[in-house]
Structures are given as C-alpha cells and as structure tokens.
Design a protein around this ligand. Structure first.
Ligand code: ZN
Length: 136
C-alpha cells in the first residue's frame, strides 16, 4: 500500500459538520460529491497530503445511517492508496482477509475502491483505493 489516502468520518448533518471541520482545520471544504451507489454525500478537506472525507447518508437505511445508529458519529474508515487494486485484492484475499466487494467499484473522487471486512482487521474498516487512470 502506498500511503493513507484519506480518513472517512461519518456525520449526521453536513450543514453542521462542514463548518465545524472548516473551523477545526482552518481550511475550506474543497469538494462535495454524491456517491449514488453508496447512498452517501461526501465532503473533502485537505490537511497536508491527507484528505479527510466526511460521509453523510442520503437514505435512512444507507450504510452510514446504520453505522451512526449503532456507533454514533465518528471515525468510519481508513483508506489506503494502492498502485493496482486488483493485485492488492488478490494478495489480501490469499492472506485470508475478507473483501466486502468482489469487484472494485467506483467511489468518490475518481477512485476505484474495495472495502475489507472489519472482522479480520481488528475492527478497523479499511478501504483500498486506486486512482482511475484514463488511458491516452
Ligand atoms: Zn473513503
């Protein structure tokens, strides 16, 4: 894995949390994006090289809504950048980790993503992400 690409934080209400994190980081949210397949809105902040991704559910039974119901707002996942997501998925699977996605799917911020089941990672939800490269 190359580096921590971003840290995902589950929040209830962007209208409260975006100003809160803008004030915390002393920087503006630079992008918001809806990820329809995941029923989430995302909002991004940059701190040095590391992005912080706020996640707000767009549906009552979405994964983020369920997470907040169980655990409350807070740290949701850590995303690692990888060179080749398929290679890394194969490697991790052969090491006994359980993938939550059989195939990489399109995430926010022009990324292919795959999540690992937290039961095999000491309870930490880990996301692999690879920049979608356009072949030219
Ligand atoms: Zn993420």
């Amino acid at each position: 894995m190359v580096k921590v690409e971003h840290i995902g934080i589950a929040v209830k209400d962007f209208s409260k949390s975006i100003p809160l994190f803008e004030s915390l980081f002393n920087t503006k949210c630079y992008k918001t994006e809806q990820v329809a397949s995941e029923n989430v809105n995302t909002a991004f902040f940059l701190q040095g090289d590391t992005k912080i991704e706020l996640l707000q559910s767009t549906s009552e039974d979405g994964v983020i809504a369920k997470f907040i119901e169980k655990k409350g707002e807070g740290m949701h996942h850590i995303a690692f950048e990888v060179e080749n997501i398929l290679d890394e998925m194969n490697r991790l699977q052969s090491e006994g980790f359980v993938l939550l996605n059989e195939n990489p799917k399109k995430g926010a911020d022009n990324k292919l993503v795959c999540f690992l089941h937290p039961k095999n990672t000491n309870g930490v939800l880990i996301e692999l992400c690879q920049e979608i490269r356009t072949i030219d």
